[in-house]
Design a protein around this ligand. Structure first.
Ligand code: ADP
Length: 935
């Protein structure tokens, strides 16, 4: 058992569940034992050995004034750091833990991004199925309560989410630095794994009591006031419990930031466009699929000049809105700013000088703000009139841009600017206790102290000169240091000439130090005045800071207005510079884009614009075209235009009519999931399942290949059925890119399905991608085509075509048309069934009514009935074999040799789109070689 200082350290460490303890020992914070090793490893501190009662312990330390950067660095790496401070007692001193700095409660952050602490609570009242939409029978599903606090700005958000997918979407969006799972969620491995994998933050287990409803309600009322707490309407108990836990945690960690949390916002599902975590990732809004910031939508449109503006713009893009009025107002503002280039430049230049008021307000409230921070507040408040002028003296005067400043109490802002200006010294030190913070003329008592301080300093400053003159001494200086205090230093050569009342205190190599009674007296005077001045200035400063903290809402308002102006001006700047246009928002179920572009790709490519129409008559487009022709780009472009419009931004198009959606859902090839070792097909199906459950007739759905991860007929069947379901039941506006050429025939029979394809120009075997989207399906199946392009010998290509035809002959697929019962779509309730004959590429019996027997297809034995399906693989596989064996090729050549047959089989199994070109090439070479050999 360690005793002494190390023992004390270990005792304190045992009291806390923090990962690391920093304990004050005089002028240092020390880490001992394992903590010393950890800190040394992480932060490159030197470890020494501390002997304590016969044992030796690793020890590392940092000076008092340098603790913050070390703690921040540890916390940024995910550690929770406890800080124990030393305080005086009657018999010496004692130490206790004063705070625990954690990723979610650290106010001293270096980055500009918001820093959220989140608590998540699952509603255990068993209300699982009422809110979780279609298919929500899972007992482990929500609803969930979520509270998010950004301690650096005092923002506090509370909401309830219907299910786990919504919860994950929300967590992904805010990417909290720290997550507190409620008691029921601590064993939810799926959720915890998702948090660990998808988010950069850490998970902390906090006292289950703090999540209890009674205590949580009390905490929320205590913090925000009973009326606010009741009036913002946190109806859901789970949300309230999450909010209570966050408040409890912030209080317990003792970072002093509780007071800064003043702005409680409760929001519901209906306010924002649903964007699940997968979609946020697929659309590369703030992070590319590879995890970079560069090449994202945010990075592309971000022209903000302030940190707060950047945060707000990011939020607009990640949380697009559904409320038309807000969006129109934003668009009006962006429009006026886009048109008024000069005024916009002037505005942005002024904004560029603004400090981060939202954060400064939080620092003022938490007590961590020093004089320099308050000077930044002063200078930023001083910008308000300049901003008002930049707007008022231009064409922006009558636009909604002007009303952004309406929310600010400008008189009070001016008063505070004046007050801070009158109070604060021009160049204050970083520390708050040593004086130099407050300007002369602010306080009469302080002025007196300053006067005597200045006088005493002047006496000291001129002492050397006086002594020289009076005693004829050369080489005299007067100085002060920590051990000797003030002294007169005389060169050795003249040291024996000093007057008698000089008392020698030290001999150095070339000089001697002396004091006199008068100097000692003056020194006491200076120290007394310095101390009194430091104390008084500290008091005055703290009083000023506290009064400002009481008015922190003003700072938040100004900060918010600056952020909003900046974000609006940023959207306008990007729109004006890139020829973007104002979208026409409509409540109709419609997305019509004239000459649209992809907002990110257009920056680096000579982009070919394309049109798009999705509406009540044509709500489902099947997009075909060869690999790399531009299918994904076209579809993402549609989703991004929709998203930008609902962020209140202009869009990259000549014109766009955008019907507001309640959600955007996407599924695209999941490279990253593959890297994480999860089965791609399983992930693909989970994503599809989520879309089919969640999307509505007001949603936009983007499917970039469905069913690729499984055998061909399996895949077609799923894609086919998903198309029918989306078309008939969900009725979402949908873009579906597929390499299953078979699906294109659905357009003939499902009324709102239409085909488009991306045109390519082929001449002499060369393919030119035209990037132009045209109506109608592609005229071919590209797998065999690519094989031909790759130089596979003609007989093989011809044979492959024949095999394909034969396969089709063997198969028939039913298309199930019809309408959902909830869609209000003209009352056709019955299911329409048709049989698609793959051999002729056409439907038979497409006039067949539900329940009536369809044309009995004698050849393949398929009758149209509810339970009859096609696409079972045994038939498919059998067909390959049959076709291969029969040998009735188009040219009538008999049987092929076995090697050629194997090659053909292998060839027909290759998934061209999913195979890397290099691999394709090498396989083609291999086939050629084998064919040559067998010939
Ligand atoms: P696919 O999904 O059909 O495989 P992608 O959408 O990935 O094809 O596009 C392939 C390449 O073509 C990308 O590098 C993209 O930048 C470029 N591209 C796509 N559409 C256009 C366009 N309209 N104009 C110019 N380049 C485009």
């Amino acid at each position: 058992m360690a005793t002494g200082i190390v023992g004390e350290f270990l005792d304190l460490k045992a009291e806390t569940d923090a990962d690391v303890l920093a304990m004050q020992c005089g002028d240092f914070y020390e880490f001992f034992a394992d903590d010393a090793e950890l800190v040394a490893d992480e932060l490159d501190l030197t470890v020494s050995q501390k002997s304590s009662h016969g044992s030796s312990y690793p020890m590392a330390g940092v000076p008092l004034s340098e603790l913050t950067p070390y703690v921040s660095a540890l916390v940024e790496r995910g550690y929770r750091v406890a800080v124990a401070d030393q305080y005086e007692t009657d018999d010496g001193h004692a130490r206790e833990i004063t705070r625990v700095v954690t990723p979610g409660t650290m106010i001293e952050t270096t980055g500009d991004d918001a820093r959220y602490l989140a608590a998540v609570v699952r509603d255990e009242s068993g209300g699982g199925d009422n809110a979780s939409g279609r298919g929500g029978a899972d007992p482990a599903s929500g609803p969930y309560g979520l509270a998010l606090a950004d301690v650096t700005t005092g923002r506090f958000l509370v909401t309830e989410l219907a299910d786990a997918s919504d919860l994950r979407a929300e967590l992904y969006r805010f990417d909290p630095a720290e997550v507190l799972p409620g008691p029921a969620l601590r064993n939810d491995d799926d959720l915890l794994a998702a948090v660990r994998e998808e988010l950069s933050g850490s998970v902390s287990l906090f006292d289950a009591e703090a999540f209890a409803p009674g205590r949580a309600t009390h905490a929320v009322r205590e913090q925000f006031g009973r009326e606010t707490a009741d009036s913002v309407g946190i109806d859901a108990e789970s949300a309230l419990r999450a909010a209570g836990a966050v408040l409890g945690y912030v209080e317990e960690t003792g970072a002093g930031v509780l007071a800064s949390m003043t702005r409680l916002t409760a929001y519901g599902d209906d306010d924002h466009v649903e964007l699940d975590a997968t979609t946020q990732r697929n659309l590369e809004i703030t992070e590319t699929m590879r995890g970079d910031d560069e090449g994202t939508l945010f990075e592309t449109v971000d022209q903000t000049v302030t940190a707060a503006g950047g945060r707000l713009l990011r939020e607009w893009l990640t949380r697009p809105r559904r409320d038309r009025e807000t969006l129109e107002r934003r668009l009006d503002a962006v429009g006026s700013l886009a048109a008024a280039a000069l005024a916009r430049d002037r505005l942005r230049e002024t904004l560029g000088d603004a400090a981060d008021l939202e954060r400064l307000a939080a620092r003022a409230t938490s007590g961590s703000a020093g004089a320099r921070e308050l000077l930044s507040v002063r200078d930023t408040l001083a910008l308000v009139p300049a901003l008002a002028d930049a707007i008022g003296e231009s064409d922006l005067a009558d636009s909604p841009v002007a009303s952004v400043l309406d929310g600010i109490d400008r008189d009070r802002a001016a008063e505070w600017r004046g007050e801070l200006d009158g109070a604060l010294a021009d160049d204050p030190p970083k520390t708050k206790t040593q004086g130099g913070l407050i300007r002369e003329g602010y306080d009469a008592d302080l002025d007196e102290l300053i006067a005597s301080h200045e006088e005493a300093k002047a006496w000291l400053d001129t002492l050397a000169k006086r002594e020289k003159e009076q005693y004829g001494l050369s080489h005299v200086t007067v100085d002060r240091n920590k051990t000797d205090g003030y002294y007169i230093q005389v060169g050795k050569s003249v040291a024996d000439q000093v007057p008698e009342h000089y008392r020698e205190i030290k001999t150095l190599k070339n000089s001697k130090r002396f004091v006199t009674d008068e100097l000692a007296e003056r020194e006491r005077e200076v120290l007394r005045v310095e101390e009194a001045r430091g104390e008084l200035e500290y008091e005055l400063f703290e009083d000023l800071r506290e009064r400002l903290a009481d008015d922190s809402e003003l700072l938040q308002d100004v900060g918010r207005a600056i952020a909003e102006l900046d974000a609006l001006a940023s959207l306008a700047t990007h729109a004006a510079g890139n020829d973007w246009t104002r979208p026409d928002l409509t409540d109709e179920r419609r997305l019509a884009v004239d000459a649209g572009r992809h907002p990110v790709v257009e920056r680096t490519t000579d982009f070919v614009p394309n049109d798009l129409t999705l509406d009540a008559d044509r709500g489902f487009l099947i997009v075909t075209g060869p690999n790399m022709s531009g299918k994904s780009t076209y579809m993402r472009q549609a989703a991004l235009i929709q998203l930008l419009a609902q962020a209140g931004s202009f869009v990259p198009a000549r014109a766009a009519e955008v019907g507001l959606v309640d959600g955007i859902y996407t599924r695209v090839g999941a490279l990253d999931e593959l890297a994480q070792g999860r089965s791609t097909f399983m992930v693909e199906m989970q994503e599809l399942s989520n879309i089919l459950h969640s999307a509505t007739a007001d949603s936009l759905v983007i499917l970039d290949e469905v069913g690729r991860g499984t055998a061909t007929y399996d895949g077609i069947s799923i894609a086919w059925a998903a198309t029918e379901y989306l078309h008939n039941e969900v009725r979402a506006r949908t873009l579906f890119a597929t390499h299953y050429h078979e699906l294109t025939t659905l357009a003939d029979h499902l009324p709102r399905v239409a085909n488009v394809h991306i045109a390519v120009d082929e001449r002499d075997g060369d393919v030119t991608f035209l990037r132009t989207v045209r109506n109608g399906p592609t005229n071919r199946s590209y797998g065999v085509h690519v094989a031909a392009l790759a130089g596979v010998p003609d007989p093989v290509v011809e044979r492959a075509d024949a095999v394909l035809d034969r396969l089709r002959e063997e198969k028939a697929i039913e298309a199930r048309g019809g309408t959902g019962s909830d869609a209000g779509s003209g009352g056709r309730e019955e299911t329409e069934q048709v049989v698609f004959d793959l051999s002729s590429g056409s439907f038979v019996g497409d006039d067949v009514e539900s329940g009536a027997p369809s044309v009995d297809d004698a050849e393949n034995g398929t009758a149209a009935g509810g339970e009859k399906t096609a696409g079972d693989e045994t038939v498919a596989d059998g067909a390959v074999a049959a076709a291969a064996e029969s040998g009735d090729g188009p040219d009538g050549t008999g049987r092929l040799d076995p090697e050629t047959e194997t090659v053909i089989e292998e060839l027909s199994e290759v998934d061209v789109a999913a195979t890397a070109p290099v691999e394709l090439l090498s396989r083609v070479q291999e086939w050629q070689k084998r064919l040559d050999d067998s010939a």
